[in-house]
Design a protein around this ligand. Structure first.
Ligand SMILES: Cc1cc2nc3c(=O)[nH]c(=O)nc-3n(C[C@H](O)[C@H](O)[C@H](O)COP(=O)(O)OP(=O)(O)OC[C@H]3O[C@@H](n4cnc5c(N)ncnc54)[C@H](O)[C@@H]3O)c2cc1C
Length: 424
């Protein structure tokens, strides 16, 4: 940083910080903006640890609009601008029993987006899939039979690194500066009119964020944007501002083997011919194709029993794969037997525990964009536009697909509570 006082300092160079900075700069070209991150480069936080799937299959209207418009934007960036985002329309395949509540969600979603249904007869032709996990374990584990499936046709997989690179390159072109290896240790609260008296700011003083204490010294900006995902709470708690989020650890296991290799690149569902991002009927265990490695990434958004503890360097747990995930996944996909875990990693969802939609709000000269609840990449463009609208004090945000949303609906005071029911 040059020592001058930028109009805006964005803290966090993940998908949320980058897309937000992009729309703020694009619509306010005169603003001097600096993006800082404690990592040595962009997209090193949870953006790098995701399962990198995209879908517009959400029950909450706002999640649907954010994801649907983001997918359209990304698709156009890749198709029209010819900027590769690694986007592959492999589909999201929900395997379900007839009484699964997701059947109803999918039927309702099929009225707004591409959803194709398959019955038991269609699925029987997939010889690697066990529709009816029989035997002793099935009883203990209470595994539902697969009786139908719904394929989200506009869904698929993407490369979050390439998405972030797209925004980063655009930001560089627009003249936004970056400062990496810059760790914010404290967000300083000060009086608007300081008296230089110990103990300020007092109750009766108007308050503002005056600076950031960092490993590189004090950084001053006119305004600040926190796009720090699960780390937001640590920065806002001392200010008395509630981040409204809690961390939940999430793990991904890359599983490889001869039988898996044959299946990953042979899907009858889409033109991509790649196995779809597949969600099992039990607990939402998913298999995500990793086409290049000819492997599956296997994961789950486990809930009860997964505590809210947080560590800086979370690790994927072998026992969790062997004793929990594998037991379900292998019952439906016996091709997993004998396969090896060839890579694994862990990160966190920044959960908005009330409705599982993001929180984007302003407090003083600080805007906070967090609570992506496990789907920040696939909503990344919509979130960026939303944050710009909040930053600029607009009542409404217009998304890429033309839909308009009240900016207050993801805020704190007048939030529209519309609980998301499809969390993966
Ligand atoms: C296992 C897993 C699977 C997932 N699967 C998907 C998926 O399939 N699809 C999807 O859309 N989403 C998925 N997600 C969620 C997605 O990864 C997040 O929603 C998204 O990455 C959040 O983006 P972000 O920019 O808010 O956070 P981050 O990418 O974490 O960025 C925050 C940045 O802030 C920086 N930072 C934090 N504190 C400070 C500080 N004090 N000073 C300076 N810099 C700081 C960090 O270094 C980081 O770069 C998954 C997440 C996990 C963990």
């Amino acid at each position: 940083m040059t020592g001058s006082k930028p109009d805006l300092i964005v803290i966090g160079a993940g998908i949320v910080g980058l897309s937000s900075a992009y729309y703020i700069k694009k619509l306010n070209p005169d603003l001097d903006i600096t993006v800082i991150d404690r990592a040595p480069t962009i997209a090193q936080g949870n953006t790098a640890r995701s399962a990198a799937g995209f879908r517009d299959l959400f029950t909450s209207d706002i999640n649907f609009e954010l994801s649907h418009s983001t997918m359209q934007f990304f698709r156009d960036v890749q198709k029209k601008n010819k900027y590769d985002l690694g986007m592959k329309f492999v589909g999201y395949l929900f395997l379900m029993g007839k009484h699964d509540k997701r059947v109803e969600y999918m039927e309702s979603l099929s009225k707004k987006t591409g959803v194709r249904f398959y019955d038991e007869k269609d699925l029987k032709s997939l010889d690697y899939l066990n529709l009816s996990p029989a035997g002793e374990n099935s009883g203990i584990m209470n595994l539902p039979d697969i009786e139908l499936a719904a394929l989200g046709q506009n869904c698929g997989i993407i490369d979050p690194g390439l998405v972030c690179n797209f925004y980063y390159e655009e930001l560089r072109k627009l003249g936004v500066s970056f400062s990496f290896n810059t760790d914010v240790q404290m967000v300083r609260l000060s009086p608007v009119k300081p008296l230089d008296y110990p103990g300020e700011p007092f109750l009766w003083q108007d308050k503002t964020i005056s600076s950031l204490k960092t490993n590189k010294g004090e950084l001053n900006g006119e305004q600040y944007l926190l796009a720090t995902d699960v780390w937001t709470t640590g920065l806002t708690d001392p200010l008395g501002i509630d981040s409204h989020i809690r961390p939940k650890k999430r793990q991904v296991f890359q599983v490889s083997g001869d039988k898996i290799r044959d299946v990953v690149l042979s899907s009858p569902f889409t033109d991509e011919r790649i196995f779809p991002f597949t969600i099992l009927p039990k607990e939402g265990v998913y298999l995500r194709p990793a086409a290049q490695e000819k492997s599956f990434w296997v994961g789950v958004a486990d809930d009860i029993g997964r505590d809210f503890s947080f560590s800086e360097n979370p690790e994927a747990e072998d026992d969790f794969y062997n004793m929990s995930i594998y037991q379900i996944a292998n019952s439906y996909f016996p091709i997993l037997e004998g396969a090896r875990v060839t890579a694994k990693w862990a990160g966190y969802y920044s959960y908005n525990t009330i409705d599982k939609t993001p929180f984007i709000f302003r407090s003083m000269n600080l805007v906070i964009a967090t609570g992506t609840s496990g789907s920040g990449i696939l909503k990344g463009d919509g979130i960026g536009r939303f944050t710009e609208a909040v930053f600029s004090g607009k009542d409404k945000v217009q998304l890429y697909n033309g839909s308009e949303i009240e900016t207050s609906s993801l805020g704190v005071d007048y939030r529209m509570i519309d609980k998301e029911k499809i969390i993966l």
